[in-house]
Design a binder for this molecule. Structure first.
Ligand SMILES: [Zn+2]
Length: 274
């Protein structure tokens, strides 16, 4: 297996860049071959998520990345597509998500690798976010792969705990035998349902009862937004009485007016066919 380890897809998320540097410095050998990529050096230098457009949305047939990210996505496509079997894309979040793995495809190598990490590093949560028929994520440069998303951490800073946590699972995956099979029915995954926008009326914030409560149960009627006059808006989502929120107050989602995302908890076996 050949594995691409990608850090700095978002330039202001420093953890993955540090992980790539640490791997390069150690020169250790593993069962699987690998190469590290600092995906967006210009954005990293400028301490920005991106310079012209989001590099982690650049890879679908209908994506139209701009300027710097057009250049970087062309480079990464040329270097990675057809040359690697698996990709690990390292991200951080300002939300109180803890350590998570995001699966964006249902390739057995992706599912097995996720189960392997969950079994050996149980504090990791699994998230399924299918990217549809025309996938655009960095992980979609290879047939199988995982996005690592850890937080909370502010943009442009480094926490040793997160670097070490990520290094542990990256090294484990570099030594992993991708043939190992798992019973997917034994693993739980938070499956993305939708993104929840801020109210159209200005001046609403995430309700204090919801702040920092990523992956805690959110029910119909629970308060989700509040304004300075303490007017509240309660949760309501057709067809779902009970959900699990994530990416609450994620800094990068503000430009898209997204307040948080909602998931349902299902068995990993249930994502097959989706
Ligand atoms: Zn990111």
């Amino acid at each position: 297996m050949k594995i691409a380890v990608v850090g700095g897809t978002h330039g202001n998320e420093f953890t993955g860049v540090e992980v790539c540097k640490a791997l390069e410095k150690s020169q250790q050998s593993y069962k699987n071959e690998y190469r590290t990529f600092i995906a967006n050096p210009m954005a990293h230098l400028k301490k920005l998520r991106y310079v012209d457009s989001d590099l982690n949305r650049a890879y679908s047939k209908t994506s139209s990345p701009l300027g710097n990210e057009k250049e970087r996505s062309d480079f990464l496509k040329a270097e990675i597509i057809g040359k690697f079997d698996f990709l690990i894309d390292l991200h951080t979040t300002t939300s109180n998500m803890g350590s998570t793995l995001i699966l964006t495809d249902t390739n057995p190598k992706t599912l097995n690798a996720a189960c392997f990490i969950k079994q050996n590093f149980p504090h990791y949560k699994l998230i399924f976010a299918a990217s549809g028929d025309d996938p655009y994520y960095t992980t979609n440069l290879t047939k199988a792969g995982l996005t690592v998303e850890v937080g909370p951490i502010a943009n442009n800073i480094v926490k040793a705990s997160l670097v070490l946590d990520n290094l542990d699972i990256v090294r484990a995956l570099l030594n992993y035998d991708f043939q190992t099979e798992f019973n997917y029915a034994e693993f739980e995954v938070y499956s993305e349902i939708d993104k929840i926008s801020y109210p159209e009326k200005e001046g609403y914030y995430i309700h204090p009862d919801l702040e920092g409560k990523d992956f805690e149960i959110l029910k119909t009627g629970d308060p989700i937004f509040i304004d300075a006059c303490k007017n509240t808006i309660n949760f309501e989502y057709a067809g779902h009485e009970l959900v699990y929120p994530m990416f609450i107050n994620e800094a990068a989602y503000l430009e898209k007016n997204i307040a948080f995302e909602i998931c349902e908890k299902i068995k990993l076996s249930e994502v097959l066919g989706s």
